[in-house]
Design a protein around this ligand. Sequence first.
Ligand code: GRF
Length: 204
Amino acid sequence: MKKGNVAVLLSGRGSNFAAIVRASRRPGANFSVRLAISDRGDAAGLKKAARLGIPARHVDPGRFPGKAAYEEHLCGLMAAAGIDLVCLAGYMRLVGPVLLGRFPGRILNIHPALLPSFPGLDAQEQALRHGVKVSGCTVHFVDAGTDTGPIVAQQAVAVRPGDDVGSLSRRILRQEHRIFPRAIALFFAGRLQVSGRTVMIRGK
Ligand code: GRF
């Protein structure tokens, strides 16, 4: 079986990245992680990549005249690695037209809330402040908006009395680590069919 090639873009801790790599190494996995890119030199995810034996690059956006040039550079690195799918895992930047144009329908993001509720930053805190009883996480295709693209997978997580941002985030994160690799596997199995805003998961 020819495996799909994944690049992970991150800005921080990299626990989703590590979960994706672990899943890619399970027997029968249909994808492999070929590249990790961080826009921050101090991202713990870069160290995780070294430990996991995944080629990793720090690309400082500040070195480029603008977002387009920065993303052209990312696209060059990904083309050289033969990347089929880009996964945003805690990547703290809006994707611009260059990257979107080079990977149409081939960029996934993970968000720590049940979209369309609580997009953007500090989603778990937004959810707690709002007083919701259920939150969770979402994997979605990336479009030009902030957390607005077609939804691939969601997992609900109950908010418990006494939860704070830390405790709720930890429980949501455990589910992120499950649904992101699963969504990637569905993508490479050719089982995701996008029609407008709706992503249908074709049965086996
Ligand atoms: C996750 O909660 C993810 O949903 C959000 O940023 C966080 C990244 O965590 N987009 P990690 O770097 O994968 O550990």
